[in-house]
Design a protein around this ligand. Structure first.
Ligand code: HEC
Length: 424
């Protein structure tokens, strides 16, 4: 891992040097106003702006100058912009990635003293106001009360069980999440709890709930049947293809899973919400949800590379819309592909440097068709050795499948539709 970062770094440095050898690119100094701001607008400000979810903005010269070394380190190690999927393996909407040339531009800017240049060269500020489901929702779901996260809490995973009040089944075609307190909200996932069992976990009777929420790390602790929304910094609203809708059965509850991280010196409160837009016109297909992976695991203490290989056959023709790999703190790698009915292989997603803090849904640029008799196949690997700095057990101990922090999981959640579904 360290070795790989080093190699990436060396390659980046080497390509920087190669670019510098070319007189055309070397002839004028790289300046903030002319060369850097367009890169920040395109690749960083989606999150690094007011309300964008990142802890600081990257727009003013003085702010960027102050952080120039950290910025260079983050882009050279490809920690920023955050995007865990290996490029070229699976084809996704909204891929975040700097080119080698862009990284070497930043490197040359820093090496040249990070000059501001002529403010006349500045491009117009980028306009981030877009009209989405967030502006005109049909339904807003939020926890009954605000939740307080203690000062300097570190990571807190909390599930809120939200009552819905519809007298019939409902269908939604778009959703968005509004984090209540961006200073502490890291991730949000909204899940359908068809039987409403999360109410009991939240009740506090025989559980660690407080009446409306309960602690939850890897999952909601109840059987869920689909997702309604998801958010991480830079996350965009979900907008499903025409005719496809998310299903919320009558009487269901919605579980809102929040990952908080409070680094502030004071306690912080949050009340985040999910906004939904109803389906208009006939629903051709319901957005379905499945998990492919292993749901029983024993990862031996000390094993630096415990691997599994598993899969699931496709019995009805489907189109895959999005994929969300999921492991906990010991996870290192996951690769998912489809073995088609003619034995050809279609890459779906590969994460070779798993980070629990950067997970979420990856949306295929175009939905991926899988015919009957194809298979979804997956490999995953965990590092349960002492050498893994994220190992929560010191010394390491055997780890089993489960949803708690000390447990592990290993699956890909997949959002898909059935091709042969009858419109309703
Ligand atoms: C998808 C959202 C997103 C995008 C896009 C993004 N960042 Fe970040 N960035 C974050 C968040 C969130 C953090 C806070 C660290 C964390 O929570 O892991 C962060 C942290 C950082 C840090 C601090 C790292 C440290 O070690 O303290 C730097 C520097 C940074 N970003 C630079 C950039 C640059 C430069 C770009 C564009 C090339 C960029 N980021 C794009 C979300 C983003």
């Amino acid at each position: 891992m360290v070795l790989r970062l080093l190699i990436v770094l060396l390659v980046a440095l080497a390509s920087g040097a190669a670019a510098a050898d070319r007189p055309v690119t070397f002839s004028r100094p790289v300046t903030f106003s002319r060369d850097i701001v367009p890169l920040l607008q395109q690749h960083c400000q989606e999150c690094h702006r007011t309300g964008g979810g990142a802890p600081f903005t990257l727009s003013e010269y003085s702010h960027v100058y102050k952080r120039r070394d950290k910025i260079l380190e983050a882009v050279e190690k490809r920690l920023m912009p955050p995007w865990k999927a290996v490029p070229g393996y699976g084809d996704f909407r909204g891929e975040r990635r700097l080119t080698d040339a862009e990284i070497s531009t930043i490197a040359r800017w820093v090496a040249g003293g990070a000059p501001e240049g002529d403010p006349k060269d500045l491009p117009l500020p980028r306009d981030w106001s877009v009209t989405t489901v967030l502006d005109s929702p049909d339904v807003v779901l939020r926890p009954e009360q605000a939740y307080t996260v203690a000062a300097r809490s570190g990571d807190v995973y909390r599930c809120f069980s939200i009552q819905t009040s519809f007298s019939e089944d409902r269908y939604f075609r778009a959703s968005g999440v509004v984090p209540g307190n961006p200073k502490i909200v890291h991730h949000i996932l909204a899940m359908v709890d068809p039987e409403g069992l999360s109410a009991r976990l939240a009740s506090g009777r025989g559980s660690s709930g407080d009446g409306h929420s309960y602690p939850c790390f890897g999952g909601p602790g109840v059987r869920i049947d689909g997702y309604l929304a998801g958010w991480a910094p830079g996350g965009r609203p979900w907008d499903l293809p025409d005719g496809v809708a998310m299903f919320l059965p009558k009487g269901a509850r919605v579980v809102l899973q929040l990952h908080y991280h409070n680094t502030q010196l004071t306690a912080q409160t949050d009340r985040s919400e999910v906004r939904l837009r109803a389906a208009t016109g006939p629903v051709q297909q319901r957005l379905r949800f499945m998990r492919v992976g292993r749901f029983s695991l024993t990862i031996p203490a000390g094993n630096p590379s415990y691997q599994i290989e598993t899969g699931a056959p496709v019995f009805r023709p489907i189109h895959m819309i999005a994929i969300h790999p999921h492991m906990h703190l010991l996870g290192r790698e996951m690769k998912v592909w489809a073995r088609m009915n003619d034995e050809s292989v279609k890459p779906l997603i590969h994460i070779d440097d798993w980070d629990f803090n950067w997970q979420g849904f990856y949306w295929f640029r175009t939905p991926v068709p899988l015919p009957v008799d194809s298979r979804i196949e997956l490999t995953a690997a965990w590092d349960n050795s002492e050498g893994n700095p994220r190992n929560p057990n010191k010394p390491p101990r055997d780890v089993y499948w489960g949803e708690r922090t000390v447990d592990e999981m290993g699956h890909a959640a997949i959002l898909y539709t059935f091709d042969d579904e009858k419109p309703r």
